[in-house]
Design a protein around this ligand. Structure first.
Ligand SMILES: NC(=O)c1ccc[n+]([C@@H]2O[C@H](COP(=O)([O-])OP(=O)(O)OC[C@H]3O[C@@H](n4cnc5c(N)ncnc54)[C@H](OP(=O)(O)O)[C@@H]3O)[C@@H](O)[C@H]2O)c1
Ligand SMILES: CC(C)=CCC[C@@H](C)[C@H]1CC[C@H]2C3=C(CC[C@]12C)[C@@]1(C)CC[C@H](O)C(C)(C)[C@@H]1CC3
Length: 615
């Protein structure tokens, strides 16, 4: 039976996740169930740490001193490049290496301070001597990776070599208070994946917790059913409740299920074909691991388009999708449900370091809903990545196309209406852009942090194809003629939104991939304790989520072609505002947890979340 080494209220030294840095933290509680300590850092960050990541303050100081005398070879190697010894030159005089080292010094100097100092955190020196200061910095995870891990080196060095730290921490933040701990087996330690805050049953629950999970589990499918029943009505309205329900036995259709299965298998086949960009690695996960992905989404949509065109040419009646929409949605729902059951079961057998934070409340329904395993894979086949980018997303475009054909049939038109063409083109552009930049999805919350469970499986396979296509469905039976000025205005709105969306996403993505990209050299950044920096000028200096702003403007352009007669085609816009506001707050909490006071500083500098001057 393991003993509880530290008591609530005790001040100890806690390791900062993913690094070898130890900070003074206060023990809040110990969970006998998870065997984890909840600790609070001086900047207010609460984390759960394993016993081995906590040292007693007394023992720590003693060992820390002895460390400065005895050094491992790895330490000596990194010390020989100690930034402390580098005299800074002006950029015109300096060599690339010295410039990098000088900048590294700057980065490291500022990176560590806010966690223990800062206005909100009265600083209590733990150990404070100038030599130690720089030694500590070398202990930073990123710095270690530069010395020890060839793969991480490629990623980490540019981040450290960037010279854009225009937003400097106050000088009077004083000395770096992070204290290094003696690591007798430093090399061994560094070879291991970095320590991660374990996913525990005390991780705060999202989406209204356990009760919320029951609610969403029932509400989301019911809501999709409600929307799909509404859109067939002449006068769709919230007042039509409940809408006329077809006989239950008609909802399930074997043929529809077969089509959904075939479509998914077809997409899976395209996904595994060795075509397109060979293999892209993800950003390092919390474990330090970097997964490989095949990003051939653009190829997949082109082949799918050719296949659909060939099928139509061969006489396949695509309007089947319109007339059997409900059955196809029910079949997809069944598929997503079975997939979620599989995901839940397998998540119970994977090692803890492959689990997402959250999704492990111990409550079956919550965990099933939220998802637990971060990147479930069958061999190299990544289920989450595949579901998020392929069957639903490409399926959405096929549905839209089918609606254009159905509109022509229903309204006896020779060609689709202008409104239908706009909706089709706008949404096709959105999907094609997503697939063209498929790599970018690897840095999103869903891929990096969220477990794969019912919420995402249902979202990807049912919600996206069957509710994002509602505008096209609506236009089949609700014509909305558009004059030229309206057409031009709507196209202009779409292009504006797309420009903001694409530029801001590309800027962040380029920065995350290579922080020393010369094209980004003019941007200001804030360093953080993790070694990553935050952009604080450019698009990400306008608002905290410029990409959401662009996305929202595009959503507006998708609804406008449908006119103002009904609320239904505006449903996407309303849902999207709610989704992005919630997503923004989830992302803010995650960034606050990751970056501590550096994030606060970013929020103080960039005051608005999505809409400049308003929100
Ligand atoms: N159509 C839809 O249904 C839908 C739904 C949701 C989202 N989306 C779109 O999907 C895209 C991805 O969205 P997302 O929610 O994953 O969020 P995101 O805005 O792409 O990513 C947020 C992450 O960016 C990094 N970041 C935040 N501020 C930064 C800064 N100042 N400098 C550098 N990095 C910063 C942080 O991660 P790290 O620091 O760890 O890198 C943060 O966690 C967006 O364009 C969004 O509009 C579409
Ligand atoms: C079930 C509910 C209510 C929510 C599930 C959310 C899920 C549908 C979205 C979460 C992240 C979204 C996303 C896209 C589609 C919808 C989500 C999966 C995206 C793939 C659409 C295309 C874009 O270009 C994108 C930037 C790649 C999007 C990434 C995020």
């Amino acid at each position: 039976m393991p003993t509880v080494r530290f008591q609530s209220g005790e001040m100890v030294m806690g390791r900062w996740p993913g690094s070898n840095l130890y900070y003074e933290v206060k023990v809040l509680r110990f969970s006998p169930k998870s065997q984890l300590y909840t600790v609070i850092y001086k900047d207010g960050t609460e984390l759960e740490l394993k016993d081995q990541d906590i040292k007693s303050a007394t023992g720590f100081r003693t060992r820390s001193r002895s460390r400065s005398r005895s050094r491992s070879p790895a330490r000596r190697r990194s010390r020989s490049r100690s930034p402390a010894r580098i005299t800074r030159r002006s950029s015109s005089q300096s060599t690339p290496n010295s410039r990098r080292d000088a900048k590294l010094k700057d980065v490291l100097e500022v990176r560590l301070k806010p966690l223990v100092g800062g206005p909100a955190n009265p600083t209590k020196p733990v150990e404070n001597n100038s030599n130690n200061k720089h030694e500590n910095k070398e202990e930073n995870d990123t710095a270690n990776k530069v010395t020890e891990k060839p793969e991480a080196k490629v990623e980490a060095e540019p981040e450290m070599s960037q010279g854009r730290y225009n937003l400097r921490r106050r000088k009077d933040d004083g000395d770096a208070k992070a204290v290094e701990v003696k690591q007798l087996q430093l090399e061994e330690e560094e070879a291991k994946p970095t320590t991660v805050p374990a996913a525990t049953s005390t991780t705060p629950l999202d989406f209204g917790g356990r009760i919320g999970a029951y609610f969403w589990l029932l509400f989301l499918p019911a809501w999709v059913l409600f929307l799909l029943l509404q859109v067939t009505l002449v006068d769709p309205s919230l007042a039509n409740f409940p809408p006329p329900l077809p006989p239950l036995e008609t909802l399930f259709d074997g043929q529809a299920l077969g089509i959904v299965l075939l479509w998914t298998l077809f997409q899976a086949l395209l996904y595994i074909l060795p075509v397109g960009k060979v293999r892209v690695k993800s950003m390092p996960l919390r474990t330090g691991e970097r997964l490989k992905y095949r990003t051939n989404g653009f190829f997949a949509i082109v082949v799918s388009a050719v296949a659909v065109a060939a099928a139509v040419y061969q006489g396949v009646d695509l309007t089947y999708i319109h007339s059997n929409f409900l059955q196809l949605a029910v079949a997809s729902f069944l598929g997503s449900f079975l997939l979620s059951v599989y995901l839940y079961v397998r998540s119970r057998y994977v090692p803890p370091d492959q689990l997402a934070l959250g999704g492990n409340s111990g409550n079956v329904v919550y965990d099933f809903f939220k998802g637990h395993e971060l990147n479930p894979r069958i061999k190299n086949f990544d289920l989450k990545f595949f579901c998020e980018m392929r069957p639903g997303l490409i399926g959405w475009c096929v549905i839209n196309f089918a609606m254009a054909l159905a509109e022509m049939q229903e309204q006896h038109l020779e060609a689709p209406s202008h409104a239908m063409i706009l909706v089709n083109l706008f949404q096709l552009l959105y999907v094609v852009d997503g697939l063209w930049n498929e790599e970018a999805i690897l840095t999103t919350m869903d891929l990096m942090h969220d477990g794969f469970g019912f919420m995402l499986a249902f979202g990807d396979l049912v919600w996206v194809p069957f509710t994002y296509s509602l505008q096209a469905y609506y236009l089949v039976t609700h014509p909305n003629p558009l004059g030229l000025p309206a057409l031009i205005a709507i196209v202009a709105i779409k292009l504006l939104g797309f420009y903001i969306f694409r530029m801001s996403n590309s800027q962040k993505n380029a920065f995350r991939r290579n922080p020393s990209d010369p094209k980004l050299a003019h941007l200001k950044t804030i360093p953080t304790a993790t070694g990553k920096s935050l952009l604080v000028s450019g698009w990400w200096g306008v608002v905290r989520h410029p990409n959401y702003l662009g996305d929202l403007i595009m959503a507006l352009a998708w609804s406008l072609p449908c006119g103002f007669s009904h609320l239904l085609p505006w449903y996407y816009m309303i849902y999207f505002i709610i989704l992005l506001v919630h997503r923004n707050s989830r992302d803010m909490s995650e960034c606050r947890r990751k970056y501590g006071s550096a994030w606060d500083e970013y929020c103080q500098t960039v005051r608005y979340r999505i809409i400049p001057g308003i929100y």
